[in-house]
Design a protein around this ligand. Structure first.
Ligand code: COA
Length: 259
């Protein structure tokens, strides 16, 4: 069905794997379109309660946008590339109501790190290397990197990483708060799945509302506290809330209908 990605489903978790290992999983146009379709399908699938995004092979998560595709672009084509990419993939993923976890299994550079940063949180294997090397190509991050890296690790660190075009290793990324856990390559997918399983035990409706409220704080002209109040209120009208509170009072485990 797809040329450059793989998808699989197991126990409420859909895993989307970028699968162009000969090009270190670089994001070309087709891959971005396929990722958009796969994320959209997974988000709409009521059985999918969490999504894991990773890269195939042992070397790379995603080594960036496909440089060979944009090397000859004009100013307008460059703008269009960033705008379309943000709309189809990066903002799209960040704003999904289904939680997205990135398992960074190697190089996450440029658009690769931007994809990982668009996910709701990140884990990495100890061989992972992360960076936004765009200025070494004469361009800047265009898939949300200037914004999300600053949000995640702070302005000064983001300035340094972007200006030096350097790579940081997994332990440095952990110290910066860019990723939440570092494990061996063998442990990466099992730990990601374990965390996803923990997430999906909870109310999917409440999780979607939490994502919306957290993201609201980073949007221009939106009051995150007001969004929180509104999303908090909406939860009181859901079946999940009824089930969650009833189960607690009845001293049993909640079985959330996801509505
Ligand atoms: N776009 C297009 N092709 C890419 C790519 C990218 N971002 N990253 C890697 N590739 C391709 C290489 O061209 C090479 O293809 P080839 O075998 O047909 O020549 C293949 O993937 C393997 O990469 P290679 O450079 O040979 O591996 P390496 O181990 O020597 O180096 C990197 C690994 C990640 C350091 C290096 O590939 C690199 O710097 N990539 C670009 C990173 C980047 O600038 N990303 C930001 C883009 S905006």
């Amino acid at each position: 069905m797809y040329t450059n990605i793989l998808t699989s489903y197991n126990n409420g978790i859909t895993t989307i794997t970028v699968n162009r290992p000969s090009k270190l999983n670089a994001l070309n146009k087709v891959t971005i379109q396929e990722l958009h379709a796969a994320f959209d399908i997974a988000d709409k699938d009521t059985n999918t309660r969490a999504i894991i995004v990773t890269g195939s092979g042992e070397k790379a998560f995603v080594a960036g946008a496909d440089i060979s595709e944009f090397a000859n672009f004009s100013i307008d084509q460059g703008k269009e590339l960033a705008a379309k990419g943000q709309e189809l993939l990066f903002d799209f993923v960040a704003n999904l109501s289904t939680p997205v976890i990135a398992a960074i299994n190697g190089f996450a550079l440029g658009g690769g790190l931007e994809l990982a940063m668009a996910a709701h949180f990140r884990l990495a294997s100890n061989n992972a290397k992360m960076g936004l090397p765009e200025v070494s190509l004469g361009v800047i991050p265009g898939y949300g990197g200037t914004q999300r890296l600053s949000q995640l690790i702070g302005k000064g660190r983001a300035m340094e990483m972007i200006m030096t075009a350097g790579m940081i290793d997994a332990n440095q990324a952990l110290a910066y708060g860019l990723i939440n856990h570092v494990v061996s390559q063998e442990e990466l997918v099992p730990l990601t799945e374990k965390l996803a399983s923990k997430v999906i035990r909870n109310s999917s409706v409440a999780i979607g509302a939490a994502i919306k409220a957290i993201n609201a704080g980073y949007e221009d002209g939106v009051d995150g506290f007001k969004t929180e109040i509104s999303e908090f209120g909406k939860c009181f009208g859901t079946e999940d809330f009824k089930e969650g509170t009833t189960a607690f009072l009845e001293k049993r485990k909640a079985d959330f209908p996801g509505k």
